[in-house]
Structures are given as C-alpha cells and as structure tokens.
Design a protein around this ligand. Structure first.
Ligand code: SF4
Ligand code: SF4
Length: 404
C-alpha cells in the first residue's frame, strides 16, 4: 500500500494538481516531450503497477508489468492494446472520486485517438480525425449522393423504365471500377503507412526462433474472437453500470463479419466479371448476392447495436470528445448497408438509378473517410495485439534482473 501511495503521490501530492505534478516527476524515454495525455497514462500505469489487482483482466496489465517506466512509445502501444471494456474502471478502488483518480480506459482512449492523428499519412490529413464527426460523414455522403443523382437526372431522368437490375446502364462498369478502385487503394495505402509508422515506433522486435507463427496465430485469434472484450472473466464489458454484458463483442462481430461478407461479395462479383465473363445483375440465389445480403444484414444489426451502446455508456468510460467520430463511422456503416439492401430489393423498379446514386454516394463517403476515422482502431489494435504476442515470448528483462 505504501508503494502504491508513493506511485500515486508522484502524481497527486505537492501541488494539489495531479497532472501538473506528474509532468515534473514521471520519467519519459521517448525523444520528444510526452504530452499531458501520455503523462496521465504513465501516471495511472505506475499506480496500477504497484497495485496489480487487474492483472488478469486483459493484455494491458501483463504488458505493463514488463515495464517500470512508460515512455511515449510504450504509452502508444498500451493505449492501442486497451479494448476499452471498462472492467478495470469498475473494479478499481482508486477510481474517481478517489483522490488517485485512476481511470485507465479513459486515459487510454484519449491517447489512442492521438496515435491515429500522429501516425496518419499524409501527416497534414491527421487533423481530420478530430473533425471526422457525424455531421461531416453524413454531409459528405449526402453531397456525393446528390452529385451522382444530378448526373443521372441530366442523362435522362431519375425515374425510368425498369432496367432489369442492369446497373451498368446507368454508370458504366469501367468508370465505377476506376473511381472506387483509386479511392479504395489510396485508403488502404494511407492506413498501411500509418500503421507501419506505429509499428516502427513501438519497436516490437522479433519473436524467439520458431515462435513467429505462434505469435501471429495468437494475435489473429485474439483479434477475430475479440478476446479482450470479455472483461477478463468472459462475461463481457461494463456498459452503463457494474453489470457485465457481451453485447459489445456481439455487435462488433456482427459489424466485422458483415463487412467481410460484403467485401467477399464484391470480390466474387469482380471474379465473375473479369475471370468468368459473367456480367451483373446476378440472380438472388447467386453467390455474390447471397454473400452481400448476409453481410448487409450483419452491417445493419452491428452498427445499430453499437450506436445503442454508445448512447448509453457510463460517462466515465472512454473519451466523450470522440463520440462524434464513433457515431460518424457507425452511421456510414449503417447507411452503406441500408442503401445497398434498398438497391438490391429495388433493382427491378423504375427507381433503380436513384437508389444506385444514393448507395454509391454513401460508399464513396465511407471509402474517403476510411483512413481518417474510427476504422483505424481495428488496424492499430491488431498491430498492438501482435506486439503483445511477440513480447510475451521474449525474455522479461525485469524478472531476469537486467532492469528496463
Ligand atoms: S485499475 Fe485500479 S484496481 Fe486495477 S490495477 Fe489499476 S489501480 Fe489497481
Ligand atoms: S478497459 Fe478493459 S481492456 Fe482496457 S485496460 Fe481496462 S480491463 Fe484492459
């Protein structure tokens, strides 16, 4: 207890201002000066390192015990390893209103958002993370949909004789492939550069000889099963109160696997078009349509559920300033799916061109905001999980008596 009080006091005593005190006293290894937010993570990690009550909750705490100091790179790594399940906040005897004011998920969430911004490519676009809110997302989607609808209207009218689901009678296939291909590739490249910068900064090192595959397998398994949304006991996250619930994990799974099914649908349709010479529209029982329909349902249920959870989360959870970014991403996912399903079921009607313009506008807005919005959390978290899987297979320098 004395050790814990000493750790806390480095942050809370002296000036009466925990953050001001921690700015003076916490050692930082990174070359640049740590931000206030990074110093707050370092402060709470030092308290947790003395307490260790939450050691079994998630990967953050075992990773923390391998460190005595928390430089910026360590803080970035731990922040992205945290899944914001809330378990350690609800279990913590030093959580607000205690004078130590330990709120691990909130401190981590604030830094996590800054990592998306700091590692963004090109750097000048990093500021979009702060502005990529609900209003911007919906306004962009509506603007692009309106633009495409006007283009259709100028070609001969928004309402037309049924075209038997032939989208390419409205927008030529090659034009769509070029437009969406360029934007999609740019988004993938920007995200890849960002996560590579993060990866270099957190210096994961190598897994011991012969254990690389095991480390990669563990990281993939943790990501696909969302292991750390189990709260450490498998009963789930804390949402509005102390009760555990698995809804966050379920809605994330519905969203992720729905997205992957939609991606598979597009990939199969591309193969049909270029590989087999089979042109859309495809029958309702065909593989691209079945995959797309199942994925679309998952992408309706998942985002709707995540929005419901987002609206009722405990006020001490996460970072309230990021809610517009969260909701903007959720809204675009939901709108992508809703307009896609509307197009599927309305493709044999005279409104098909209008439905297509709206769907393409939403999908384009989704792709354009992909590298500078909430989507980044999945990529950075996978990288942090891989580092954790590698690091736990490396010798622990602290227990080996070599120091950090
Ligand atoms: S969150 Fe609280 S209870 Fe958990 S390890 Fe940190 S100080 Fe201890
Ligand atoms: S909020 Fe959950 S995932 Fe994050 S540090 Fe606490 S227990 Fe771990």
């Amino acid at each position: 207890m004395q050790q814990l009080a000493d750790s806390a006091n480095r942050g809370v005593l002296g000036s009466g201002d925990p953050q001001a005190a921690s700015l003076r006293t916490i050692p930082i290894r990174a070359q640049r000066t740590a931000t206030r937010e990074e110093q707050e993570v370092a402060r709470v990690m030092q308290i947790c390192n003395a307490c260790r009550y939450c050691e079994g909750f998630c990967a953050v705490f075992p990773a923390m015990t391998r460190r005595l100091e928390f430089g910026s790179a360590d803080v970035h790594y731990l922040a992205n390893l945290c899944h914001n399940c809330g378990a350690c906040l609800h279990a913590c005897q030093y959580a607000p209103p205690h004078e130590f004011s330990v709120n691990v998920p909130q401190a981590m969430a604030v830094v996590r958002a800054s990592t998306y911004h700091d590692y963004a490519w090109p750097r000048v676009m990093g500021g979009l993370y702060r502005r990529n809110g609900l209003t911007l997302s919906l306004a962009l989607a509506a603007g692009l949909a309106l633009f495409l609808a006007l283009a259709v209207a100028m070609k001969g009218g928004l309402l037309h004789e049924p075209l038997a689901g032939n989208f390419y009678a409205v927008f030529p296939h090659n034009m769509l492939a070029l437009m969406f291909g360029v934007v999609f590739l740019f988004s993938v490249f920007a995200l890849a550069v960002g996560v590579t910068r993060f990866w270099r900064d957190v210096t994961p090192g190598r897994a011991p000889e012969g254990e690389s595959m095991a480390a990669a397998g563990e990281a993939i398994d943790s990501a696909l099963r969302l292991r750390y949304l189990g709260g450490g006991h498998g009963q789930g996250c804390n949402e509005a109160d102390d009760a555990f619930a698995l809804w966050r994990r379920r809605f994330h799974h519905s969203t992720f696997y729905g997205f992957m099914l939609c991606f598979a649908s597009t990939s199969v349709a591309t193969l049909y078009h270029y590989g087999l010479g089979l042109q859309a529209p495809y029958a309702m029982s065909s593989l691209p349509v079945v995959l797309g329909t199942l994925g679309g349902i998952g992408l309706l249920v998942g985002p709707a559920g995540l929005l419901w959870l987002n609206l009722r989360r405990h006020p001490l959870h996460g970072d309230a300033a990021q809610k517009p970014m969260d909701r903007g991403f959720i809204a675009l996912l939901f709108a992508t799916s809703a307009t896609g399903l509307a197009l599927l079921f309305g493709r044999d009607t005279g409104a098909m061109a209008l439905l297509l313009a709206v769907h393409l506008g939403v999908v384009m807005a989704f792709f354009l905001t992909l590298p500078y919005g909430k989507f980044a959390h999945g990529i950075f978290r996978c990288a942090a999980l891989l580092k954790y899987a590698i690091e736990k297979r490396q010798p622990n320098r602290l227990t080996a008596g070599l120091g950090d």
